[in-house]
Design a binder for this molecule. Sequence first.
Ligand code: GLN
Length: 257
Amino acid sequence: MKKATKVLTLALAMIMLAGVLTACGGGSKNGSTLTFGTNPEFPPFEYVTSNGVIGEFDGIDMAIAKQIADENGMTVAMESMEFDSLLVALQNGQIDAVIAGMTATDERRETVDFSTTYYTATQVMIVKEDSDITKATDMADKKICVVQGYTGEVCVQEMGYSYEAFKKGTEAVLELVNGKCDVVVIDSATAKKYVGDNEGLKIVEDASAFESEEYAIAVQKGNTELLDKINASIEKMLSDGTINELAVKYTEEATAE
Ligand code: GLN
């Protein structure tokens, strides 16, 4: 082959390769983009802000997601959707993984696989400062608010109490602030954020009524390739203190706002 032809052939090959790479990179499954789904209504884990760690998304989970992608040489993408839709979107391949302060429950394990636990929380009760609720059974004759599809809803259901479910934590808390309900059952770290943001509220804990909940990242059942990568990153972030630092940083920021 003449030199000029060789150069031309090489150039053509590179253009074709670039085309292939672009085609892969754009897809969410096998390319270099790792697409997570979240519901950014759950501070300090995920919330929308003007300048977040992933576009407009910020929080502990967002920093974790970004680091997982970075460590694996992938670009991170975040899709925002209703909490209830996350596992469906994962199952139908719209997203690669779910990171949403999601508790790894046995019920959810029937449809998806979960990573190593990266955070442990519990349900708590947010009440008005002058409330007479001191334990979970005190909720029996009270008006209870929960968020739809959260483990808090499942807990209250299992206790056999009636309740009203809202789409967002902020809506449930507003109901409490306005005196339209007596108690909001929600995850501990998020409860602290809401109590910090609103006057006149306090947290009531009841360790005998609410079990500890383990937050984990969900992937499609059997996607061990991705799960191994995620687990390796989480274990590293747990042992080198990254997750602890993120929890402190975002908890302080969230309550200082
Ligand atoms: N940990 C709760 C659950 O898994 C709430 C999660 C969330 O709202 N993001 O249901």
